[in-house]
Design a protein around this ligand. Structure first.
Ligand code: AR6
Length: 175
């Protein structure tokens, strides 16, 4: 675990299972149709309950680089913010990823949330390099905290394995 203060807000990196986090919201690495099958998405629905899939089905399509919000079923968190990151190779991955992060932060803001936890969006099934994902996620959140007044007091990255954590730690240390 490591954390930094930016404008009196906390930016944190941890190794863990995001479905266990009790932040106000957790972010899901979703696809355009919010069909939550594998990866973090599958784990969220398996643990939180099918209500999350049902609410997602009512939302329907979410463009790449955007985010939608549902309740969180029986998870410890209150909301799931479904962010759609890019697939590696489709083009303009960095901008789309940045946009997915900013859309998630704006959703959290709309709901006046105080804390949010992000996974390494697009770095699993979607195949983006972990180094790129770490750079975009960490710099986007750091810039956001520097430049905005926000309801968010804590923004964390919950990384599933030590290798991903090391990539995030490298970027974190540059801030
Ligand atoms: N907690 C935290 N991180 C996790 C967890 C967990 N429980 N499980 C996996 N990760 P992925 P993507 C990490 O594949 O690449 C789904 O089918 C994982 O190690 O979940 O954006 C969706 O429905 C990796 O570093 O998301 C989409 O179709 C990161 O989370 C598609 O996969 C993201 O991996 C999205 O692919």
């Amino acid at each position: 675990m490591d954390e930094k203060k930016i404008n009196n807000k906390i930016m944190r990196i941890i190794v863990g299972d995001i479905t266990e986090r009790n932040t106000d919201a957790i972010v899901n690495a979703a696809n355009n149709y919010l069909k939550h099958g594998g990866g973090v998405a599958g784990a969220i629905v398996r643990k939180g309950g099918y209500i999350i899939q049902e609410e997602s089905d009512r939302i329907g399509f979410v463009p790449t680089g955007s985010a939608a919000i549902t309740s969180a079923g029986s998870l410890k968190t209150k909301y799931v913010i479904h962010a759609v990151g890019p697939k590696w190779g489709e083009g303009d991955e960095e901008n789309k990823l940045k946009s997915a992060v900013l859309s998630s932060l704006r959703k959290a803001e709309e709901y006046q949330l105080k804390s949010i936890s992000f996974p390494a969006i697009s770095s699993g099934i979607y195949g983006c390099p972990k180094s790129m994902v770490a750079k975009i996620l960490v710099t986007t959140v750091a810039e956001y905290l520097k430049s905005q007044s926000t309801s968010l007091e804590t923004i964390e990255f919950c990384l599933f394995d030590e290798e991903t954590y090391r990539y995030f730690k490298q970027e974190f240390d540059k801030i």
